[in-house]
Design a protein around this ligand. Structure first.
Ligand code: ADP
Length: 328
């Protein structure tokens, strides 16, 4: 996951809950991909990049990522990934990358053109492929927007395996039941950049204030107007945060007996109740600033071992001299 600071409920419902769950059945490797953050000007500000890693890892740990079960590290601490990225970029046609929808979206968001953005942004999915296959991972817990990147990773793997012999498994995306959480504006994906999000770690009052700004059914002007919960994102969020009350809310909304402000208040209470334990745990973790650093150091050492072995195998298969010079 890209370290862009504190996570929001979209990241949590779309990816983090699966990251936690997979720990029971897989050897999990989770990286805060700080090099990826450099692909956009906003993500790579030096003064905030390390802090953003710290904030994100705190959210991971608070949500239930267990550093004893999983390898948790920061991408740049295992530079082998950048070597693999360079090697994979030799066999990835530019056309594949220019077609990726997230590339086009990012260019638009940055108010740039395909010619003016950095070369690294075009190669974002190649670096992501390296992140995955360096550890020979077969399952990647991500939100729906990342699916095209995993498809591309499979294409690159197929090409590598075809040219150099079976080396990597074809990675599959693992989606949650809520692979796309819509933002409070009711329009686009919940995202920090669009400021239509609710932070996981926010204080309860802040959460309430933010949720009260949410858009609901635009055709419902008065409380007595019958609402259309099926077009309302607040109702969609109720399904995850107040599952016991959704039937009642649906009825009251469609009959015009409960207003949107009330409905948003109930949602805020549900979000605050559901996240209370996570937030308590995060506050405890924040009291030990060295803890995250220790985890990242240990994780990097574990990740490096796997990374070195894979890279050696790749260099050998590709006929690079580094493989034969090693140890001489
Ligand atoms: P953001 O879009 O806020 O910058 P990232 O792109 O860093 O977040 O996403 C981190 C992870 O969270 C990815 O797996 C992504 O698919 C998932 N994710 C992000 N936003 C959402 C959302 N609104 N709904 C579902 N999953 C999401």
């Amino acid at each position: 996951m890209r370290p862009s600071g504190k996570l929001h409920i979209g990241n949590w419902l779309g990816a983090l809950t699966n990251m936690v769950e997979l720990q029971a059945s897989y050897d999990c490797i989770y990286a805060a991909v700080d090099v990826h953050a450099l692909t956009t000007d906003d993500g790579g500000a030096p003064e905030s990049l390390r802090e953003n890693v710290n904030e994100m890892v705190l959210d991971w740990l608070a949500a239930g990522i267990d550093p004893k079960e999983s390898t948790v590290f920061v991408q740049s601490a295992v530079p082998e990934v950048m070597v693999l990225h360079t090697l994979l970029s030799m066999m990835t046609p530019l056309g594949w990358l220019l077609r990726v929808p997230t590339f086009k979206d990012k260019v638009r968001q940055m108010d740039a053109t395909e010619e003016s953005v950095g070369y690294g942004l075009v190669g974002y999915p190649v670096l992501m492929t390296s992140d995955i296959i360096l550890y020979k991972a077969d399952t990647v817990p991500v939100g729906e927007d990342q699916v095209p990147h995993i498809e591309l990773a499979r294409e690159i793997v197929r090409r590598f395996n075809f040219r150099y012999g079976d080396t990597f498994p074809e990675p599959q995306a693992k989606l949650t039941e809520v692979p796309l959480v819509v933002g409070l504006d009711g329009q686009a994906k919940m995202s920090k950049t669009l400021d239509n999000h609710v932070e996981l770690a926010a204080a309860p009052e802040e959460t309430k204030k933010k949720i009260l700004t949410a858009f609901t059914d635009p055709e419902r002007l008065r409380k007595s107007d019958p609402g259309r919960p099926w077009v309302c994102n607040v109702y969609a969020l109720h399904k995850y945060f107040t599952p016991d009350q959704t039937d009642e809310i649906y009825e009251q909304c469609t009959q015009g007996t409960r207003g949107c402000v009330d409905c948003k208040g109930i949602l805020a209470d549900g979000v605050n109740a559901r996240l209370a334990d996570l937030r308590d745990k995060r506050r405890d973790l924040e009291k030990h600033p060295d803890y995250v650093q220790d985890i990242l150091l240990d994780g990097a050492n574990r990740a490096k071992e796997i990374a070195r072995a894979t890279l050696e195998e790749v260099q050998e298969k590709m006929g690079l001299s580094s493989a034969t010079l090693e140890g001489k």
